[in-house]
Design a protein around this ligand. Structure first.
Ligand code: NAP
Ligand code: ZN
Length: 345
């Protein structure tokens, strides 16, 4: 069994330390990817700190990994040794149910998430803060040469999490899309929605990231701390995607959505949210959620980023900086995704 270096936490205090983990020899339909870079998603922090549910420790987080295929099983057809590949938020699903057949594998009752989950053999899955992973070929995507490895990593979760609802809710020319929160997810949403042809507006806590937002494709940028100016947007947004995990004034945000428009949450606040039903009823507005994306969507957004030269803005860090990086992400200090160089493990 391949033994690989990794970084793990042992409890919700989430202090990272070096370790080694065992990976399976690739089975007939599996590949081994030598992971080169892995993004730090805010969900990693929620998991490592047991903020959503008690975590399975020791835990190696990471679901935005990219690297090189170094071994393939006998029946693998989609990858060969030397290919560039990426793995996102889940590593298995049944492949047969209605959800799997309609590219919504993330909701399959048998789906196995990339880390902090129970695998089919009863072991706990371990993620991409490691130098390698064995995965069934159907749960890996191809990463085109034109995207540097480190820039490709955030597409595997942040990219698809924004792409899926933007596509589902009809983003395109003539549509005004608001992205709430300019973090890892949000900065991908701005770029993707702009390349889809929509007019993009960012709603942020302050105007401190305004120049970056405009550079990435937004036409305007608003501070939520300035509700008066926000009124310029009243009833004008076709689609609002909320990427913030903190409590927000949803009635205020919904008042900016056009009649017939929608607010889609991807930010997963830990506390229950509150909204007056009349904020939805008056204007036939919809409120929905969206969770990552299907495997086909994942390949689509990687290819879309390559085609449209979308570049996630990343800060590459070494493995011994992960603990500190978590605090900086929580303090909104990252510009805009930390990506771990696994060569530093
Ligand atoms: P992130 O990089 O920390 O970005 C979140 C952004 O939210 C921050 O950059 C900040 O933007 C804004 N924000 C933070 N605290 C705020 C507050 N108190 N009030 C208002 N705005 C605040 O995190 P991320 O990786 O993008 O993830 C965001 C959330 O989405 C996390 O909860 C994560 O678990 C979740 N997530 C969900 C999915 C899914 O499938 N639905 C997938 C991945 C992640 P500004 O500085 O612009 O205000
Ligand atoms: Zn994520």
């Amino acid at each position: 069994m391949p033994t690989v270096r990794a970084y793990a936490v042992d409890d919700p205090a989430a202090q990272f330390h070096p370790t080694t983990i065992e990976r399976r020899e690739p089975g007939a339909n599996e590949i081994f990817i030598a992971v080169k870079y892995c993004g730090i998603c805010h969900s990693d922090i929620h998991n490592a700190r047991s903020e959503w549910r008690p975590g399975n420790y020791p835990m190696v987080p990471g679901h935005e990994m990219v690297g090189e295929v170094t071994a393939v099983g006998a029946d693998v057809t989609r990858f060969k040794v030397g290919d560039r590949a990426g793995v996102g938020c889940y590593v298995w699903s049944c492949g047969e149910c209605e959800l799997c057949r309609t590219d919504r594998q993330q909701f399959c009752a048998k789906a196995v998430y990339t880390y902090n989950a129970i695998d089919r053999d009863g072991s706990v899955t371990q993620g991409g803060y490691s130098q390698g992973i064995t995965v069934a070929e159907d749960y890996a995507v191809h990463v085109p040469e034109s995207i540097p490895y480190e820039a490709a990593a955030p597409i595997l979760c942040a990219g698809v999490t924004l792409y899926s609802p933007l596509k589902r809710w009809g983003t395109g020319p003539g549509k005004r899309v608001a992205i709430v929160g300019m973090g890892g997810l949000g900065h991908m949403g701005v770029q993707i929605a702009a390349k889809m042809g929509a007019e993009v507006i960012v709603l942020s806590q302050s105007l401190s990231k305004r120049d970056d937002g405009i550079k990435l494709g937004a036409s305007d940028y608003y501070a939520m701390s300035d509700p008066e100016r926000l009124q310029e947007l009243a009833a004008s947004i076709d689609l609002m995607i909320v990427t913030v995990s903190a409590e927000l004034d949803l009635d205020l945000l919904m008042s900016l959505v056009k009649p017939g428009g929608a607010l889609v949450d991807v930010g997963l606040p830990t506390e229950p949210a509150s909204i007056r039903m009349r904020s939805l009823t008056f204007g036939n507005k919809a409120m929905a959620g969206s969770q990552i994306g299907g495997m086909q969507e994942l390949q689509e957004i990687v290819d879309f980023c390559a085609e449209h030269k979308i570049a996630p803005v990343v800060e590459v860090i070494s493995a011994d900086e992960i603990t500190e990086a978590y605090d900086k992400v929580v303090a909104s200090k990252v510009r805009y995704r930390y990506v771990i160089d696994t060569a530093t493990m």
